[in-house]
Design a protein around this ligand. Structure first.
Ligand SMILES: [Zn+2]
Length: 247
């Protein structure tokens, strides 16, 4: 294949732009923020679940307290009604009076037990509320950390994308003037050779694979017409001679 030396040299510019685009894409994929966001995001999800569970527990305990207080009220109401009947003088039978007094004594004991239950539930309610408050604060904090990390990632994305756009425009300008057949070979080699399709010949070396040519090989390269598209015998990449190649 033949191509004007200037077009061969343009291939090196194109290669530089393509390598830069590869680097930028790699950088975009491997930003430290990705791992950070993943970790903080997982923590955030776990905290969300904990908050939901703690709120459910708080709801249960609140209902439990209401029930315990109602139990106390019932006993208290019943005792008050008994007391009222006794005080009213409506109950005249000594046996009935005795029964009522006996019942109120039992109710007083029962009320005391139920009030202990209320206190115990109130204590649990308090720690349940504390847990919800603490977990909610932690969730809010993790939310802030997550948003902040996403913000940093997006800022870096924007920065990288701006550079990608610029490099792409520059690349297009060069690609537009490179002959189609040369371009085709370059693209195929770039795909096969880890992103590098064209390499400079410099100090008797192929800069693609770093192979140093022997004097004999180098002399053979020198003897080739300048518009012949050379290929590195070792890596197969397009070997481009420039003013600094010493040929
Ligand atoms: Zn090579």
């Amino acid at each position: 294949m033949n191509a004007a030396p200037a077009d061969q040299i343009r291939l090196l510019d194109l290669q530089a732009f393509d390598s830069r685009l590869d680097q930028l894409a790699h950088k975009r994929r491997t930003l430290p923020e990705h791992a950070e966001i993943e970790k903080v995001g997982a923590d955030h999800t776990a905290l969300k679940d904990l908050v939901v569970a703690a709120q459910a527990q708080l709801g249960d305990t609140t209902r439990e307290l209401t029930k315990a207080e109602q139990d106390v009220d019932q006993v208290r109401t019943r005792a008050a009604r008994n007391q009222q009947r006794m005080d009213s003088g409506a109950v005249t039978s000594p046996k009935d009076l005795e029964n009522l007094q006996h019942e109120n004594a039992s109710l007083a004991k029962r009320q005391s037990d139920l009030e202990d239950v209320v206190l115990e539930v109130m204590e649990r309610l308090e720690s349940s509320q504390t847990r919800v408050t603490e977990l909610t604060a932690r969730l809010e904090h993790s939310s802030v950390v997550l948003t902040e990390a996403e913000g940093r990632r997006d800022a870096k994305f924007a920065e990288l994308d701006t550079e990608v756009d610029k490099v792409k425009r520059d690349r297009e300008a060069v690609a537009a003037v490179i002959p189609a057949d040369l371009m085709k070979v370059y693209l195929r080699l770039r795909e096969q050779q880890g992103g590098v399709g064209a390499a400079r010949l410099y100090q008797r070396r192929c800069e693609g694979c770093r192979t140093e040519f022997s004097i004999t090989e180098f002399n053979a390269i020198k003897a080739e017409p300048t518009d012949k598209v050379l290929r590195c015998e070792n890596c197969g990449r397009i070997l481009v001679r420039t003013g600094e190649s010493g040929v």
